[in-house]
Design a binder for this molecule. Structure first.
Ligand code: ADP
Length: 434
């Protein structure tokens, strides 16, 4: 189903989409067809972007695995933002276990369609949309194969008519696989993610993976929430640690992302989830609700579009902030041994003019594991063009805010940078030859 404006646009252009006409911004990415994009893909993207551009802040809630309280946190964040007077949408796109209808007492609700798409359910002003509303029987297992899952996620994102919102809170499928990847890529410019974990040591690996996942997708991590952290006494509210606690805080500090807070295991949270009464609203005076409000406070202060543009986007958007591109050198050309090369060249460029401004050659630092990303970040590098590179090294560059292009040929730095700026750099396979 396409919105009227897209249909009109297609009609006016003989079935071929021209520009999105939901706003007058000529530089909007929805106004331009991407290279190789089919008519249908362009129309779909326009439809999705025309919906999402009316939402000021988009926050995705992630977790390394299921059952840690991701949906509980998503519901309570959305309700808290709504209680603070914001226009909020809550999107449950956890295709394996859409639990938000139950948590909000909306089981059995059916969706209303309108000419432009699907209307979210209105819960006292909070707009709620869940894949659960589309499943005929909540007890029936949903088996969708890989490509089908992505199709369902795309269709769902594109068809919901949110209208104008201050916040969209998205309950993503768990993990760091194809499903959360589709969600993040389809939504595009996310303002950030909240990563939910539990205090056990085994959860630490999942949190690191989720943080790295966000960095690779250039999604700012707004913070980590440690859920089920200690037990809140139902009588006096005192919190007793059960498992070791503080793991979430330690990882957040190690990986230089904010820690938003620890939510205890609270019988009232489980009960309100089962009874369809949002905890933070119906237990507003409890110590746990106070903790939740503290977690939401930085999200309320969030400025729209916190996402920083990548160098590729800066080139596309013609931003005139100079950038530095690092290239490992051997005999004056790109060296495939980026970790063991003797020299690096740093080329300063103007992405708006697609011009090389300056070249600086530097002796490489001593060969120590993990040192290079930090060393290049200190010298202002925004991007590294390399031959081959292992996943761990790529993650380290990501953590230091440096984009990575791999599989580039052994050419001179100037040739590589010029073709990168022109969008013609051929990056082949990741030949990690050491
Ligand atoms: P996920 O979305 O990660 O799969 P859910 O949010 O569905 O996890 O939570 C799983 C179960 O744990 C639900 O029954 C929920 O009510 C309960 N739960 C979540 N957080 C807490 C908590 N802090 N205290 C008590 N029960 C909780």
């Amino acid at each position: 189903m396409r919105p009227k404006e897209i249909e009109k646009n297609l009609e006016e252009h003989g079935g071929k989409p021209a520009a999105c006409n939901t706003c007058s911004d000529k530089d909007c990415s929805a106004a331009k067809r991407k290279k190789g994009e089919s008519d249908q893909d362009f129309a779909d993207r326009q439809q999705l972007e025309s919906r999402l551009c009316r939402i000021r802040r988009k926050i995705v809630i992630l977790s390394g695995k299921g059952g840690v309280g991701k949906s509980t946190v998503a519901v309570n964040i959305a309700v808290a933002l709504h209680m603070a007077g914001k226009r909020v949408g809550l999107l449950d796109i956890d295709i394996h276990g859409p639990s938000i209808p139950t948590m909000l007492g909306l089981d059995g609700k059916t969706l209303q369609g309108e000419a432009n798409g699907l209307l979210p359910i209105d819960l006292d002003g909070l707009k709620v949309m869940s894949l659960g509303f589309l499943l005929p029987d909540p007890d029936q297992a949903v088996i969708w194969r890989g490509p089908m899952k992505n199709g369902v996620i795309k269709q769902f994102l594109k068809d919901v008519t949110w209208g104008d919102l201050d916040y969209l809170v998205i309950d993503s499928p768990p993990g760091t696989g194809d499903e959360p990847l589709s969600v993040c890529q389809l939504i595009g410019k996310l303002d950030g993610s909240v990563i939910v974990t539990t205090p056990q040591k085994v959860a630490a690996v999942d949190v690191r993976k989720s943080i790295t996942f966000c960095r690779q997708l250039h999604v700012p991590v707004l913070g980590v929430v440690e859920n089920m952290s200690g037990f809140a006494c139902p009588k006096c509210g005192e919190i007793t640690p059960i498992f070791s606690t503080g793991g979430g805080q330690r990882i957040a500090s190690d990986m230089k992302v904010p820690f938003l807070g620890s939510i205890p295991m609270d019988v009232a949270i489980a009960m309100s989830g089962d009874n369809g009464l949002p905890f933070i609203d119906h237990n507003a005076d409890s110590p746990t609700a106070k903790i939740m409000r503290e977690i939401v406070r930085p999200l309320l202060a969030l400025e729209p579009a916190a996402a920083s543009a990548t160098i590729t986007e800066k080139i596309e958007n013609k931003e005139n902030t100079n950038m530095k591109i690092a290239i490992p050198l051997a005999d004056g050309k790109l060296s495939a041994h980026f970790g063991h090369c003797e020299r690096f060249t740093l080329i300063e460029v103007d992405p708006a003019e697609k011009k090389i401004l300056k070249r600086e050659d530097l002796e490489a630092p001593p060969h120590e594991p993990g040192l290079l990303p930090k060393w290049l970040a200190e010298r202002g590098a925004n991007l590294i063009i390399a031959g081959g590179m292992g996943q761990r090294a790529q993650n380290l560059f990501c953590e230091h805010g440096i984009e990575v292009v791999i599989g580039a040929p052994a050419e001179t730095p100037e040739n590589l940078v010029s073709s990168y700026l022109a969008g013609t750099l051929k990056s082949g396979e990741n030949v990690c030859d050491h």
